[in-house]
Design a protein around this ligand. Structure first.
Ligand SMILES: Nc1ncnc2c1ncn2[C@@H]1O[C@H](COP(=O)(O)OP(=O)(O)OP(=O)(O)O)[C@@H](O)[C@H]1O
Ligand SMILES: [Mg+2]
Length: 273
């Protein structure tokens, strides 16, 4: 709980929290991720950018145990993780999804409580069967979930079914559910997709607050303004490979990054432009 108390100053530590080395993921003949290295330090916000199909989500899936990389290794907190999403979450890595994955017919509050069950000894069924200790734990889970909803700005939506929430709120709810697992590292896959400019600014502020509470963050986004405002470092992937990695300023001004997004003028511009 103290993890969410804001700290006054931000500085990136030297403590390595995630180390991905030469990660390659092949699907048949397609090399979706090709020898990618990434180091994330405690307290850092790292951006992952690149055109559609560059391999960003696939790389996330390799980091979070959804895929076992074809080759390469992923170390989290100094240990190699088994390629099992649940164990990765228990180890302290949480994520949100590009295609929102909530439980649509559960309330917002219940969705966050589900995130919490990886840290409790009981789920909703055992609490009914087993009595007071478990009921107390369930109360704590509920209270913590309510607190997290408040934290992401959804305090008023606890009783709403997830499927009835506006799109931007669903994205924030996914963040609350991820935070409920008490992560050290949070991975966000296009957290502002479908948001209006106002919601995007709020999301930016939320990511800073999460970072200031002591988490490291890796964020995929196509919104360059969002990325370059937010990130200490940015990694740009193109066709599975690292094109450039550097500070936001370095990556922003690199002509190869601009070209990767816009394409060469001959192929993309109007004929007489
Ligand atoms: N499960 C899969 N099986 C086969 N090919 C896949 C699979 N998942 C992704 N791919 C392919 O791998 C490549 C990288 O896809 P990925 O979704 O990682 O890109 P991305 O950078 O996240 O793109 P976007 O910005 O559109 O989300 C694409 O060519 C995609 O079609
Ligand atoms: Mg993607």
């Amino acid at each position: 709980m103290t993890a969410l108390a804001p700290q006054s100053t931000h500085h990136v530590s030297k403590e390595v929290i995630l180390q991905a080395s030469e990660v390659t993921m092949k699907f048949g003949g397609l090399v979706a991720v090709d020898g990618v290295n990434l180091t994330v330090h405690a307290g850092e916000i790292v951006g992952l950018i690149g055109p559609n199909g560059a391999g960003k989500t696939t790389f996330f899936n390799c980091l979070t145990g959804m895929y076992k990389p074809t080759t390469g290794r992923v170390e989290f907190n100094g240990a190699i993780l088994p390629p099992k999403p649940r164990e990765v979450v228990v180890a302290g890595m949480a994520r949100t999804f590009q295609n929102i994955r909530l439980f649509p017919n559960m309330t917002a509050l219940e969705n966050v409580m589900v995130g919490r069950y990886c840290r409790t000894t009981s789920g909703p069924v055992t609490s009914i069967v087993h009595g007071p200790k478990f009921r107390r734990e369930e109360q704590e889970t509920r209270a913590r979930a309510a607190e997290l909803l408040e934290y992401v700005g959804l305090g008023h939506q606890g009783a709403s079914l997830a499927r009835n929430l506006p799109y931007g709120d669903q994205r924030r709810l996914e963040i609350a559910r991820a935070l409920a697992t008490d992560p050290k590292l949070l991975l966000l896959d296009e957290p502002t997709a479908g948001m209006n400019p106002q919601e995007t600014r709020e999301a930016e502020e939320l990511v800073f607050r999460i970072r200031d509470s002591g988490l490291a963050i890796v964020v995929i986004e196509h919104d360059m303004k969002f990325i370059f405002n937010l990130c200490d470092r940015v990694l740009c992937l193109v066709r599975g490979k690292t094109l450039i990695e550097g500070t936001a300023t370095e990556v922003q001004s690199d002509p190869r990054v601009i070209e990767a997004y816009i394409g060469s003028p001959k192929t993309k511009e109007a004929p007489d432009a």
